[in-house]
Design a binder for this molecule. Structure first.
Ligand code: SAH
Length: 209
C-alpha cells in the first residue's frame, strides 16, 4: 500500500478546513504519513486524528501539523528548533520545506525511533534527547521555534533563543486545552497572535508541567 489516494483526500480536507499555503499542502501530499505511525495503524494514518505512538504520546492530527507549519511561514535554509520530535512527522514536513531542523524529544525511546525513521528517509536533522523547554543554546538563535506539546506558560528560555523577527509557536493553557499562540520577536518586544484552541499532550520539563 502506498496510500496515494488517501493522501490526496487528506489534502482536500485540509484545504476545505482553511489551509491555504500551497507549499504546505504539497509536502503533506507527498510525505508517507503512514510510515510515521505505529505498526498496525497505517490504515488510519490519513484520518483526521491523533494516533498513539507509545509512551502516552501521539502523532498530531494532520490539521494541527498543517496549521502550525503554515503559521511558521518557513523559508528555505531557515534554522528551526522543534520541541517534541515524537514520531518525526512534523520534522519531516519542516525538512521538505527546506528548513535546517534541530529537534529535541524528552522520551528516549521516541527519540531513537524517530531518529531511525528520519535517517531511513534521508532527512538530515540535528537531534537529541532531553528537556526541550530549555531550548538548545549551542545552536541558537533560531528563525523559528515550534513546540508540539501544550505548555502551562511560555518558557522564557525559548523566547531568548529567537532571532530578530523570529517566531515562537506554542500551545499555551490548561492540560486539557490550549491556545495555539504565535509570538513574533520585534526588537525588545514580542507581538502575540492567538490562533486557535486545540488539544496537545503536556509539555513536561523544567519550564513545562
Ligand atoms: N510532532 C510530534 C508530536 C508528538 S506529541 C508528532 O506529530 O509526532 C509531543 C511530543 O513532545 C511527545 O513525543 C513528548 O514526549 C514530547 N515532549 C513533551 N515534553 C517535552 C520536552 N520538555 N522536551 C522535548 N520533548 C517533549
Amino acid at each position: 500500500m502506498i496510500y496515494t489516494a488517501q493522501r490526496k483526500k487528506m489534502v482536500e480536507r485540509l484545504r476545505s478546513a482553511g489551509i491555504s499555503d500551497a507549499r504546505v499542502l504539497d509536502v503533506m501530499e507527498h510525505i508517507p504519513r503512514h510510515e510515521f505511525v505505529a505498526a498496525g495503524m497505517e490504515f488510519q494514518a490519513y484520518d483526521e486524528k491523533a494516533l498513539p505512538i507509545g509512551f502516552e504520546q501521539t502523532i498530531s492530527h494532520p490539521y494541527t501539523v498543517a496549521v502550525m507549519t503554515q503559521a511558521l511561514e518557513v523559508k528555505k535554509g531557515q534554522r528551526i528548533l522543534e520541541i517534541g520530535t515524537g514520531s518525526g512527522y512534523q520534522t519531516a514536513v519542516l525538512c521538505e520545506l527546506g528548513a535546517q531542523v534541530f529537534t529535541i524529544e524528552k522520551v528516549p525511546a521516541l527519540g531513537k525511533f524517530s531518529a531511525e525513521r528520519l535517517k531511513r528517509f534521508r532527512y538530515h536533522v540535528v537531534q537529541r534527547v532531553g528537556d526541550g523547554t530549555l531550548g538548545w543554546q549551542s545552536y541558537a538563535p533560531f528563525d523559528s521555534i515550534i513546540v508540539t506539546a501544550g505548555a502551562p506558560v511560555v518558557p522564557e528560555t525559548l523566547m531568548s533563543q529567537l532571532k530578530e523577527n523570529g517566531r515562537l509557536l506554542i500551545p499555551v493553557g490548561h492540560k486539557d486545552e490550549q491556545i495555539l499562540t504565535l509570538f513574533m520577536k520585534q526588537e525588545t518586544t514580542f507581538k502575540k497572535f492567538e490562533l486557535e484552541t486545540l488539544r496537545f499532550v503536556p509539555l513536561k520539563g523544567k519550564e513545562g508541567w
